[in-house]
Every structure is written in C-alpha cells, then in structure tokens.
Design a protein around this ligand. Sequence first.
Ligand code: ADP
Ligand code: MG
Length: 579
Amino acid sequence: MIEHSGWTLYKRLLGYVKPYWRAFALAILGYAIYAASSTALAEMMKRLIDGIQNPDAAFRLFLPLFVVGMFATRGVGTFLGTYFMSSVARNLVHALRCDVFNHMLHLPGHFFDGHSTGHLISRVTYHVEQVTGAATKAVTILLREGLFVIGLVSYLLWTNWMLTLLFLAVTPLIGVVVSYASKRFRRISRRIQRSMGDVTHVASEALSGYRVVRTHGAEAYEKARFAEASEVNRRQSMKEALTKATSTPVIQLLVALSLALLVWLAMSPTLLDAMTPGEFVAFVTAAALMAKPVRQLTEINSEIQKGIAAAGELFGLLEEPPESDEGTRDPGRLAGRVRLEGVRFAYGEDQPEVLKGIDLEVAPGEMVAIVGRSGSGKSTLVGLLPRFYRPTAGRILIDEVPLEAFRLQPLRRQIALVSQQVTLFNASIADNIAYGIDDPDRAAIEAAARAAHAHEFIERMPGGYDAVIGENGVMLSGGQRQRLAIARAIFKDAPLLVLDEATSALDTESERHIQAALEEVCRGRTTFVIAHRLSTIERADRILVLEQGEVVEQGSHAELLARDGAYAALHRLQFQEPA
Ligand code: ADP
Ligand code: MG
C-alpha cells in the first residue's frame, strides 16, 4: 500500500470538507469569536487592576456588563463552532464511509481473495470512526484552542513584544517533541487499526462457524486465537498510552519553564517600571491562560494521528484499482453463442495454471455439461463468463464479440449464475428471488418459484413469500436454499444460464423434479451445467470432461460411453457397474 505523508492526507480529507464549506466557515467564525472573547479576559484583568487603583462609578457598571457580554459572546462562539464542526465532521465521515463501501463493491475478485471479510468490515466501521475522532474532537480543539493561542500570542505581542519573543523561545523545542510524538502515534495507530481488523476477523469466523467450532471442541483454540488478537491490540494501545502520557507532561513542563522565565524577567525592576500593574497582570494572565489550550492541543495530537493513520488506510483502499470496465458495447439481449479460444488462467502470477488452453464453441441454446474431478477447474471456467476474473491468455467471445468489449454491468445482466455456495440475504423470500429489482412483479416471482419447485415449501412457511429467512438463509434447509437460488436465476430470465452444482444439495426425488423444470428453463438459452451426479446431465447436448484444466473428452452421453474413455470410467464409478 502506498505510504502517504500527513500533508497529502490532510489535503485529501479537506477535499471531503469542500461541499460543506459554509458550515465549516461558520464553525471557524464561531471559534474565532470564542478565541477573541477568551482573550478579552486578559484585557479585563488589566482594566480591573487599573480600575481598582482609581475607581469610578461608570467603571463599576462597565465591568460586570463586560463580564456578561464576554461570556455571552463566547457562548455564541462555542455553539457555532461545536454544532457546525460536528455537522462537517459527520458529513465527512458519512461521505468517506459510503465512498469506501461503494468502492469495495467494484473491486475485482482477486482483491477479495487476498483480504478477509473481517478486515474489510473493520474499514467501514472502526477505521471510519477513527477518522471521525480526528475530524470532530481534534479539529474542534485544534481550531478553538489554536485560535485562542493565536489570540493570546497576539495580545502578548501587542502588550510587550520583546517579552513575548523570549516567552516563545521554547516553541522550537515543543515542536521537536510534538513531531516525534506524532510520528510514533501514527505508527502505533496504524498497528492498532490493523489489529482491530484481526479482532473482527477472528470473531466473525468463530461466530459464524460456531457449529464447526463446537463439534470440534475448538472453543479453547478459538478463545486463545481471539485473546491473542485482542492482546496485540491491548499492547499497542498501551504503547500509545505511554507515548501520550509522556509527551503531554513534557510539553507542559516546557511551557511552565518558559512561563517561569517570563515571570522572572517581567519582575525585573526595569520592566516593572515600564508597565502599569494592570498591564503586568494582564500579561501574566494571558501567558498563564496559554497553559490550558496548549495542554489540550498536545493531548489531541494522538487523536489526530489516529485519524490520519486511518485515513491513510482508507485512501489506500480507495486507490485499489476497480474491476476493469473499459468495454463500451451494450450487449442488448444476447443470442448466446459462446466461444473460447485458447483460454488459459491462473489465480495469481505465482500460482499454478488452473485452465490450460480451453477451446470451445457453444451454439445459442445449446446445453453443455462439464464434468470432472473436484479441482479440475470447472467453477473457474464458468466464472470467466461474467468476468469475475480475466483469462491470463486466450479470449472469450459471446455472439462473436470479445467479452472485454461489453460493458460489465449489462453483460452480467445477461448471465444467470447458480453457484456451489448459495448466497441469500436476510430479506423476504420474494426479495431474495427478485434480488436487485425494484418493485418486482409478484406473479413472475411465483412463476419462478414454481419452476424451481420452491413454491410448495414457500407456501408452507409462516408469511409465505414475505417470510424473512435470516442471515444467508439460516432458516432454510440446504435443498430449500438451492431451490431459491435456482428460482432467482429463473426469475432473471437471462439468455446465458450457468448452473454450478446447483442441485447438489437436493435429494434424488426433488432433483428429478427440478431436472424436468430446468429442461424447460434451459430451452432457448445457452446453458452450462456442472454436476457431480452424472444422471442429471445425461440429456445435455454435449458433455465436456475436464481434467486438470484441460478438456480431455467431449461428446454426447451415448458417444462418450461408447468411446469408453474418461467419461465412461467416471460413469462406471458412480453407477457401480461391473467393469
Ligand atoms: P472445480 O470447480 O472443478 O472443483 P475450481 O475451478 O473451483 O475446481 O478450482 C480449480 C483450482 O483452482 C483448484 O486447484 C483450486 O485450488 C484453485 N482455486 C480456486 N479458487 C481459487 C482462488 N480464489 N484463488 C486461488 N486458487 C483458487
Ligand atoms: Mg466447483
């Protein structure tokens, strides 16, 4: 991942603030008011002391009014600053969070192969919150107290510039401490955030796989794994705490030293003579008032660095290139002629080739079955059609047009895919069948469910088509889930249909029913069927036998049996026919 300097990150974050510049300006105005009215406290001290020395009636009235006015103004400033800053920060976080999520939805398959869901989820939850911390609390303090410090320093300069310059002589030292601490904070924060990803990852794995954990008696193992992830997090947090606990007092000590120097110098007879007692008190008051904002400013440093580290991670993610979608052609409704020319594929440069030169020509409406041992590359092959991955060599054409020439989204709309792992959403059955469609037609949903032999069990469920089926359909059996997935594919009514072990979880009886239905559905569509149970594909127009990424045989069921090759061997194995 690209390392960003703090500055480029600030600038990029500031880009997110741009649309809310009005609110931002109001917030700054608010803090400016706050800073100005707070600085006025020093001026008030001066008037008070000078007033005590030669009192008069007008002054007696003026002073209380001044106090009330000052606090009232400061209140207005605080409100403007706090409210509008929160508004900017919350908008920023919302925009950033949506950007990150939206971007993730367009990242290519190999990105998801390389990142755990836990880590990705923690980006949109934990990381984004870290940016909020920096954006709300830290920027608030930075602006409010920063402007206050500027106000105080200006006041000091105005009162006695020479003394002020002496007072400010320690600032370079403070700068060194702050910069060292900042770098350390950022490094540690990055580790903390990654460890939070680990925590989410381990927890989500163990919780979603709770049955496996229990049947293997792996509770102790998972507890240890979780404790380790959490312990890394704790250790890093303690390092952060140590840095914070050290840097803040060190900076404050430096400020105190310069204050002491200031008082000592100010008390020198020559200077005392030059100032009125009021001026002197005002000066020391202003200098002493500096302690609180400086303290707050140093304390929020860790907060800011956390936010910067998180923003770096998020921007890194936003820079991950999305799926390439350079095609310009709209496929319209495809006829479904599919051609593969010398297609080779590996999941990564350092990984073995999974497909080793596949040539294939499929006519519109043809039903092609792919059989072969597990791991021979069947799922990989059909996964290339919706462009989940790109072939490393060779090309794929649909209706004589190279796949890359199509726009991604309309192309995928032309392909219905039922894969080995059924994914269902925690929504109603109707919404699951008509997934991604606004305001779908109920009759069409029901027709699809009937064709997938799902209608009966849906009717029996409390709520019927409106029944909500739990996370990934936990309230359904494996066979029911598969039937819903098939119904979803049928509902999609696409000219290309891919069934990747779509009926493997069904009993023979329901499979036979669905088989009949599928034959109906397959008519007029180009269909790829992958099935372990060979009985389900006997009626395919053509059967391909895949072995270690190569097509070793193809032909109809009868032809392949007659050839007595790989297919016949597979067939014998399954039907236990005596050789
Ligand atoms: P089949 O569907 O025929 O059982 P697959 O196409 O799923 O086989 O897998 C073919 C090979 O590709 C296997 O050796 C598997 O280990 C590998 N493979 C599958 N998916 C990935 C992936 N996302 N990353 C790396 N290798 C993979
Ligand atoms: Mg497979």
